[in-house]
Design a protein around this ligand. Structure first.
Ligand SMILES: O=C(CO)COP(=O)(O)O
Length: 214
């Protein structure tokens, strides 16, 4: 199970979380990545933790003010990127463009989707993985795998029907090792989570609990 911690725009210390994630990953052998704000990618990557961008633009170099280029986040140490997070939704053509841009820059990709139908559409674009995150459960206390196990199973089936090479992640409300374990039992290859770590008083303790569920 891959654990990806999305820091969103929370007012946490990205270096504290990154250092904790690096240490827990090293001690446990688990794969943990941190996805900070674009402006923090380089200093988070400098901690040694696996670092992901939260978004990349479909654009390549050129006259594109305000873009976050895949090439730029890769040059600053990112190894992958989220695309189409529920809080940063894109047009279908731009999801495709962002996945292609990430490929050009050698970034791994996880395309987010709200439901199994969108998971199928996202899988057709050939990312490395898709993630099902029901918007109504994001930021809540109950894990998607507990609140709606069927949506995870349906997402796994939807991706499998389109492209068995595309992994399926789930996210929303994940905060414990038990949540990670339940997600794995439903067929998820990993989890996306945010508030459980980014809002924690002791992010390292939460991360240690999370990896206990792998
Ligand atoms: O959106 C999410 C991860 O990308 C999930 O957020 P929460 O873990 O806060 O529910």
């Amino acid at each position: 199970m891959f654990i990806l911690v999305n820091l969103k725009a929370y007012p946490c210390d990205p270096i504290e979380v990154a250092t904790a994630a690096r240490d827990v990953a090293e001690a446990s052998g688990a794969r943990i990545a941190v996805s900070p704000q674009a402006a923090d990618v380089a200093r988070v990557a400098d901690t040694g933790v696996e670092t992901w961008a939260q978004h990349v633009s479909p654009n390549a170099h050129g006259s594109h003010t305000g873009s976050t280029l895949a090439e730029a986040v890769a040059d600053n140490g990112a190894e992958g990127t989220l695309v189409n997070h529920s809080e940063n939704r894109l047009k279908l053509a731009d999801v495709d463009g962002s996945v292609r841009a990430a490929e050009r820059a050698d970034l791994e990709t996880i395309v987010c989707a709200n439901n199994p139908a969108q998971v199928g559409a996202a899988a057709a674009l050939g990312p490395d993985a898709v993630a099902v995150e029901p918007p109504e459960l994001i930021g809540g206390d109950v894990s998607v795998a507990t609140a709606d196990p069927g949506i995870v199973e349906d997402a796994v089936a939807a991706a499998e029907a389109v492209d068995p090479a595309v992994d399926v992640f789930c996210g929303a409300g994940v905060s414990t090792g038990e949540d990670v374990s339940t997600a794995g039992d439903l067929g998820a290859a990993g989890v996306l989570l945010a508030s459980g770590v980014a809002k924690a008083d002791d992010p390292e303790a939460v991360l240690e609990d999370l990896v206990s569920g792998i």
